[in-house]
Ligand binder design. Structure first.
Ligand code: RUQ
Ligand code: CUA
Length: 622
């Protein structure tokens, strides 16, 4: 090798090393940045073993008819609470009480959860749910996370635009989505404008008896009511609702209900109407006290709003209501102060079905139209005077200042968000900490499960000036809306209180018994670790013999007063299963229409001898 070649080889190696060093330096820098970022994101959501999430997120389960409970910020799913749909895992809809509550329906379409409020703040006691599918409203007791009442609503066609509660849970409001003739009457679609009606249900809930009541209904023009919100503070006596289909389209709504440049926001003073109802000024329609705007002046108004709006949300201080413009891609801020002034001055431009229409120019404060942001659907709030809008079409969240309209930040969401939920976001004092974007489409973000993919949720940190997207998780269908409540507000019980006077309950083993009344057999039984006791007198206390055709009632009390010791009760081949939580009494009612021998067993793993927790149902042939 010549000297020259040796020098050039050495130079080559040196040059190569230099390139490598620079390359690796760059690479290390990049990966350090990424992992630095990732590390800080991961730390924000990592809840170490032994610690708890700071917030509960109560998410609607859409057409699953269930409530999904998540921990925030970990995004871990904690519980499914069945509301409108039977659930074999908990025996909901199988036990006598829950079956009766479901009223024969097998599904519901739950869109908007609302936690009960005191002075405009979540009080964490109850959660209300709407059923667009079968016209119902339900209450979940948040001390047990179980559904305690469901009420059917007459005269409605899908109460989509609720539920929203007034500041002290005086009312749980549910406006209808689809117009129908009142009283279940038949009327041809050609009679739509005259015979079909929009209806708002104003329901009340008694926290002591845990029962709903329908206080009154309001009959409105057959527009489609899309979403509503209750006022706060200065606007506390009001509810606001968006509408679409002011065109009265009865077919091909996609085109026909999108013709008019303006639809309406309807404002209702529920306090005034409450007085009217108390004074007896209403008509009885199908069991409801019906208020007609043509008979009641001064309580119902309309405000024109850009074409086919979707959500309308009242700001935490109650001074403004913000409409999200679905088809007209902007947010419109309306002032309550200006609205009240216009009402006072009778600054009306029109009247529809007895409802005065306020002048848009008089009540509108500003239009916020971020360039390229398309499909605004809903608005949430933080503690610093900012609003956050979901943009369905441009798949992003837009943060803007309510006072100035200035757009502060935009961040993508994955993909097509409907609602978003902010921590304590519907209260008079949002926390400004987390925002969860509830997305309709996840595309290829997760392992593929076929043509249909899960919906998804993005967790976004909104504590800083800029939003920070932390992560996306798949969810069951379909998170329409959610509320995020601080854990300190939820006070659950560890066991159901022992109550010796409770109907059908049995607390002492020797009291377990079988009573026959004609062809009814009542079993007053006990579930405990690790056996059933149905009949203390029998030498086989865990077997029950009935006759084919008997109506059988298993009244079962779980006498294990220990947290988390739940017993199940399944009857083999009878398609029956329910559960009793610690200290709970529940009843299973059925007709023993199949003769033979049917094992009974505990379906909820409760102890080391859970497998031994079984017995027999013997059905003697006729
Ligand atoms: S509505 S995605 Cu059912 Cu709540 Cu707007
Ligand atoms: Cu009781 Cu398993």
């Amino acid at each position: 090798m010549t000297t020259k070649r040796i020098i050039s080889a050495v130079l080559g190696i040196v040059a190569g090393l230099l390139v490598a060093v620079v390359f690796f330096a760059d690479f290390n820098q990049a990966s350090e940045n990424a992992s630095g970022d990732l590390k800080s994101k991961a730390e924000k959501v990592y809840v170490p073993y032994g610690e708890l999430d700071e917030y509960y997120m109560m998410s609607s389960g859409g057409h699953s008819g269930q409530l999904f409970v998540y921990g925030i910020p970990s995004m871990r799913k904690i519980r499914t609470v069945p509301i409108f749909t039977p659930d074999p895992a908990t025996g909901y809809g199988y036990s006598k009480e829950t079956k009766e509550m479901l009223g024969g329906f097998t599904w519901g379409d739950f869109h908007h959860p609302a936690i009960s409020e005191t002075a405009g703040d979540y009080d964490g006691e109850f959660l209300f749910a709407n059923d667009v599918g079968n016209n119902r409203v339900a209450a979940v007791d948040l001390s047990t996370f179980t559904t305690v009442d469901i009420m059917s609503l007459p005269n409605m066609g899908g109460p989509h635009a609720g539920v929203f509660v007034t500041e002290n849970t005086e009312y749980i409001a549910l406006p209808t989505r689809f117009a129908r003739p009142l009283d279940n009457k038949y009327a041809d679609l050609d009679k739509y404008e005259e015979e079909y009606k929009g209806v708002v249900s104003m329901t009340t809930f008694d926290k002591e008896t845990k029962k709903f009541d329908l206080a009154y209904q309001i009959v409105l023009p057959p527009w489609s009511y899309d979403l509503s919100d209750a006022g706060k503070k200065m606007s506390g006596d009001w509810i606001v609702m968006t509408t679409y289909n002011s065109e009265f389209a009865t077919t091909n709504l996609e085109i026909n209900a999108s013709q008019n440049d303006r639809d309406y926001i309807v404002l209702v003073n529920w306090k005034k109407l409450e007085e009217e109802v108390a004074a007896g000024n209403y008509h009885d329609v199908n069991g409801a006290k019906m208020i007609d705007p043509r008979d009641h002046k001064g309580a119902i108004y309309a405000v024109p709003v850009a074409k086919s709006p979707h959500g309308v949300d009242v700001t935490p201080d109650g001074t403004r209501y913000i409409a999200a413009g679905k088809l007209a891609p902007m947010m419109t801020v309306f002032s309550f102060e200006k609205t009240f002034e216009a009402i006072e001055k009778e600054d009306f431009t029109d009247e529809k079905f007895g409802i005065p229409v306020l002048s848009y120019e008089s009540v509108m404060e500003r239009e916020v139209d971020p360039p390229g942001a398309l499909g605004p659907l809903h608005t949430q709030f933080d503690d610093k005077g900012n609003a956050y809008n979901t943009m369905f079409i441009s798949s992003e969240i837009v943060k803007w200042n309510i006072e100035t309209g200035e757009v502060i930040d935009r961040t993508p969401s994955y993909f097509s968000p409907g609602h978003a939920a902010a921590a304590e976001g519907d209260t008079v004092s949002p926390d400004g900490k987390w925002l969860v974007s509830l997305n309709k489409i996840s595309k290829d973000n997760f392992l593929s499960v076929g043509p249909s993919h899960p919906e998804s949720m993005d967790l976004i940190d909104i504590s800083g000036e800029k939003m920070e997207h932390i992560m996306a998780v798949p969810v069951d269908p379909e998170p329409h809306y959610a509320q995020i409540v601080h854990r300190d507000k939820i006070k659950t019980v560890t066991v159901y209180e022992k109550d010796e006077n409770r109907e059908n309950s049995v607390w002492k083993q020797e009291d377990a018994r079988v009573e026959r009344k004609g062809d009814e057999v009542h079993v007053y039984g006990i579930a405990m670790r690790s056996r059933f006791i149905f009949d203390a007198q029998s030498d086989r206390p865990d077997a029950v013999t009935v006759k084919e055709g008997d109506r059988v009632f298993f009244h079962l009390t779980n006498i294990d007063l220990d947290q988390d010791i739940t017993h199940g009760f399944g009857i083999n081949e009878y398609d029956l299963n329910f559960e009793v939580q610690p200290g709970q009494t529940s009843t299973l009612e059925f007709v023993a229409d199949k003769a033979g021998v049917y094992p009974i067993y505990c379906t909820n793993f409760c102890s080391a001898l859970h497998q031994e927790m079984s017995g027999y149902l013997l059905v003697e042939p006729k």
